[in-house]
Design a protein around this ligand. Structure first.
Ligand SMILES: Nc1nc2c(ncn2[C@@H]2O[C@H](COP(=O)(O)OP(=O)(O)OP(=O)(O)O)[C@@H](O)[C@H]2O)c(=O)[nH]1
Length: 356
């Protein structure tokens, strides 16, 4: 698909690369990559697919540019970025192309009507971590190919560096800094996902349209450290992380929020499913035999991650519920609204919570 927009030359691309590496948010860097490569290749639409270790698409980012004419007759470029949380809506032609790239380990293309659908692999180290896809009416020239490969390499190296700074070194989970800097973006994303799944077009989309935020905390962790030493304490933290990761879905988000405190943001259809998901995680840890230490339990509190409520308020609600769970004897996970209904927690006007 040819574009009628003015395309930047090499100085423009270098400037965009400079801007891309000035960004400190991994999601915005991904958008910036698409903004850089679209004009370079003379296409209006580009996509980025992120995959897990098994090649399953975790999310897709689509970027589209259009020329719009303002009321005063002035033309400007309008940009739209769309994020899809899973691989249910990937067109079959794209899916087949992604599979080819994964199998062959190099860029591939296939014909769709008069156009070519072209896909480049993204590599983090030697591992395939995603795909860059676009469609246009002509082949990629050797010069374009070299530039695309160069830009993708700068992108993946920079992305990895940023990603490392957003992760906790011990557990590999996203850290508190990353949660706090991304809360607003995350909240926007939740409202888009909820809006999308309510949309006529996404009727077949099985993604649950409600999200839940839980604060989970290891019980009596200080005494684990005191009895078995810090190294054993670290080992427990790593094992609890792995158990939580294997209990929640790949698409759920898990953060290390403090020393022995985690935040999980999970998708579930209703309160019953959310309760089951958090309970499954609690039980999984309760039933696990930790080397030397034996049994370890967690307590938690959770609340609906309603995008209309300020994110910090939702964290406070979950945190107060966690406090109530500790107060009630630990090894249990409480739901905020239920506690308010039962009169265990009182919601005060400011949004802060009093425990009776
Ligand atoms: N080994 C290890 N310990 C940590 C780490 N971060 C925090 N801690 C310890 O975690 C302990 C948390 O203790 P407390 O906040 O008193 O809570 P607790 O003992 O779990 O008690 P409850 O939460 O009330 O059940 C402290 O002793 C911290 O030193 C870490 O990265 N590794």
């Amino acid at each position: 698909m040819p574009t009628h927009l003015t395309e930047p030359g090499l100085p423009g691309i270098l400037k965009k690369l400079g801007s891309m590496t000035a960004i400190r948010d991994t999601y915005l860097v991904e958008q910036s990559l698409l903004r850089t490569l679209g004009p370079l290749l003379g296409v209006l639409e580009t996509s980025l697919y992120r995959v897990d270790d098994n090649g399953v698409v975790l999310r897709a980012l689509h970027h589209a540019r259009t020329m719009v004419t303002e009321e005063d007759g002035v033309q400007r470029v309008a940009e739209r970025v769309e994020e899809i949380a899973n691989d249910q809506n990937i067109p079959s032609a794209v899916r087949e192309l992604l599979d080819n790239v994964r199998l062959l380990g190099k860029p591939c293309r296939r014909k769709t009507g008069n156009d070519l659908l072209i896909c480049y692999p993204l590599r983090g180290g030697n591992e395939l971590c995603g795909y860059f896809v676009f469609q246009r009416d002509r082949e990629v020239t050797p010069v374009e190919d070299a530039i695309v490969n160069g830009v993708l390499e700068v992108f993946t190296n920079y992305y990895e560096l940023l990603d490392t700074s957003q992760r906790d070194q011990l557990t590999g989970l996203l850290n508190r800094y990353s949660l706090e800097t991304n809360l607003d973006r995350l909240w926007n994303l939740l409202s888009i996902r909820i809006h999308d799944s309510e949309n006529e077009n996404s009727r077949r989309d099985k993604t649950p349209k409600t999200y839940w935020l839980g604060v989970l905390d290891i019980d009596h962790f200080k005494s684990i450290n005191d009895t078995y030493g810090h190294i054993m304490g670290d080992e427990v933290l790593i094992l609890v992380t792995r158990l939580l990761q294997s209990s929640f879905r790949q698409s759920d988000l898990l953060y290390r929020y403090g020393g022995e405190e985690f935040i999980a943001i999970i998708a579930a259809n209703d309160l019953e499913s959310a309760t089951l998901a958090f309970e499954r995680a609690r039980k999984k840890i309760e039933e696990f035999q930790f080397p030397q230490v034996g049994h370890v339990t967690i307590s938690g509190g959770f609340s609906g991650a309603d995008p209309r409520v300020l994110p910090q308020e939702v964290i406070n609600r979950a945190d107060s519920s966690l406090y109530a769970a500790k107060h009630a004897g630990r090894n249990r996970i409480f739901h905020y609204d239920t506690l308010v209904k039962e009169g265990v927690l009182k919601e005060v006007a400011s949004g802060s919570i009093d425990l009776f």
